[in-house]
Design a binder for this molecule. Structure first.
Ligand code: ADP
Ligand code: NI
Length: 229
């Protein structure tokens, strides 16, 4: 009798479902806007963008969307290698082709926003889809809510008219910034609409961008005690 230990074969569907459960356990209750429900929204955004991009490998898109924030550099002292390493360690259990694990890790490594003056290139269509999906969750009503949640988590001021936004030219400078939360709109959120890759995300971003512009107009007008009636 062959005593070799039988390899468990997992379907793609099972791998996605188990990965979702793993990430949900890891990130539930996170209070800075990077919790499980952020991952859930990015996963759903990525699925609907991918539906319009027939050449994309949906399995890669879903895995990268689910695993993209498990070791976010912001929570590991700025270390950008933690995320891809944690993702690779998780995927190990499935005996996937090395190429798949490598592609998922590359997407996770390249995904993060690194400052206004830095590039947002993504090498693959799958990476472009996941980056668009993640960035859609950074803008619009949810983007506004997450940004103030993050600012509160970091004890930042809402706004200080004497502190001007900075357009960071390096990831190091962007990561080191401690400016008020309104500045983050100029340092990141309002720049995202023009950095979307797919036609679907561009269309969604245009509407969410307008919503943020309206929010800022109202915010400044309330700041000065103005009203329109
Ligand atoms: P990415 O997902 O591109 O890596 P981040 O994880 O840095 O981007 O940011 C995700 C979200 O966290 C931002 O869109 C924003 O809502 C919030 N956030 C990150 N950095 C800041 C900051 N300095 N001030 C306010 N909000 C921030
Ligand atoms: Ni994210």
């Amino acid at each position: 009798m062959d005593l070799a230990i039988a390899r468990v074969m997992y379907s793609k569907e099972t791998i996605i479902q188990e990965t979702a459960v793993y990430v949900k356990e890891l990130l539930s209750g996170e209070g800075s806007g990077h919790d499980w429900w952020h991952i859930y929204r990015v996963w759903k955004n990525a699925q609907s963008i991918a539906a319009q991009e027939p050449e994309a490998d949906l399995f890669l898109v879903e895995l990268a969307a689910l695993l993209h924030d498990i070791g976010d550099h912001k929570f590991y002292g700025g270390d950008e290698t933690v995320g891809p390493r944690m993702a690779a360690a998780w995927l190990q259990k499935y005996d996937l082709p090395a190429r798949v694990v490598q592609d998922v890790c590359t997407i996770i490594k390249d995904l993060s926003y690194k400052g206004a003056g830095t590039s947002s290139e993504m090498a693959s269509i799958e990476g472009q889809i996941v980056q668009d999906a993640d960035r859609l969750d950074a803008i619009g009503a949810i983007g506004i809510a997450r940004t103030f949640a993050y600012g509160g988590h970091k004890n930042r001021l809402l706004y200080d008219p004497t502190i001007k936004p900075e357009l960071h030219n390096s990831f190091e400078a962007y990561k080191a910034s401690t400016t008020p939360t309104i500045n983050h709109f100029y340092e990141k959120l309002l720049l995202l609409k023009d950095r979307m890759h797919t036609a679907t995300a561009k269309k969604i971003a245009a509407q969410r961008h307008q919503y943020m512009e309206d929010f800022l107009r109202q915010f400044y007008s309330e700041w000065e005690g103005e009203h329109t009636f």
